[in-house]
Write a protein that binds this ligand. Sequence first.
Ligand code: FAD
Length: 336
Amino acid sequence: MCRRKCRKRFVVASQSTACHQHQLTTQTDLRGQLRLNEPMARHVSWRAGGCAAQAYFPADLQDFIAFMVRLRHDEPLLMVGLGSNLLVRDGGYQGTAIFMHGVRRGLSELRLEADGSIYAEAGVASPKLARFAANHQRAQAEFFAGIPGTVGGALAMNAGCYGGETWNFVERVLMINRQGEKVLRTPKDFTIGYRHVGLNAATDEIFAAAWFRFPDDTNNTARSRIKELLKRRIAQQPLQLPNAGSVFRNPAGDHAARLIEAAGLKGTWMGQAQVSEKHANFIVNPEGKASASAIEMLIARIGASVQEKFGVALVPEVRIVGDAVVEESTEVSAKK
Ligand SMILES: Cc1cc2nc3c(=O)[nH]c(=O)nc-3n(C[C@H](O)[C@H](O)[C@H](O)COP(=O)(O)OP(=O)(O)OC[C@H]3O[C@@H](n4cnc5c(N)ncnc54)[C@H](O)[C@@H]3O)c2cc1C
């Protein structure tokens, strides 16, 4: 891997904030795709943000492991699923982004095990897991149908909704460490909370796969419940506009959306980013032209306003990484 060359190119790219793309052929024993200066706006649901200095799209689990073995152990690493909870600042990410969903196959293995558990690799889309479980007469996986991310992202975030939460159904997980070694872990190795998962041991490991156990769908209602939950989402969320789902976690005993709406912030613009008119805890990028800094400033503005009006400190749920670029002309306004 021509690390020094890549770094040099990225310095130029990050100064201009433009992503000058380069594709590299990978070394012969790697089967995935390596790219330089990959525009992350293509890969995150907000459709905004800067570039990753280097991006790797593994062909499959073995290829991902082979890449990890080769990667410098101190290389900054950003795991990316479907980017539905992620924003890379406009100055870009000076490290390596690894895409589990992949341009080809990725980490996409999904199967029913002989013991009745479901094995899903990190790149499997959560809605696919929901449908697979329902088709195999398993209940309570329906909530995954409306979460537009991957299994890896759901494990990292403890994603959940409508009463379901990812880690309630995890039996064990396959982790890969920075040396490319496989580590099997169980939920007791983690501190698990609301939209939070932390490994108890101080090691740097990545979710590669999980074994889920769901109860039997004795009433055969899982498939109709998926339809019903998706209908509810379409009615409540601005799904036709680029967004990243709920921006803030709900504070104990309340809803972030209620507080944001009560603070009079629905519809507020910051540059090209707007607090959704449909769901106050969503920030949308209606024309696909918002900068990451406009989105981040709007998040800060919402947090400050809710704190000032109600004394509640909202905690962001979305993950923001990378380097900022100062944007002088962005102003908050009631109109665009
Ligand atoms: C319209 C919409 C609705 C949503 N509704 C919900 C909802 O109801 N409930 C909910 O919980 N979330 C919801 N979300 C947020 C988001 O979909 C979830 O958090 C999802 O689980 C993120 O998965 P992802 O693959 O997109 O992760 P990404 O956005 O790609 O990454 C999110 C975080 O996980 C890390 N990560 C990703 N993969 C791995 C891995 N393999 N190993 C280690 N870390 C990893 C990333 O580095 C990042 O920090 C919604 C988002 C949208 C756009």
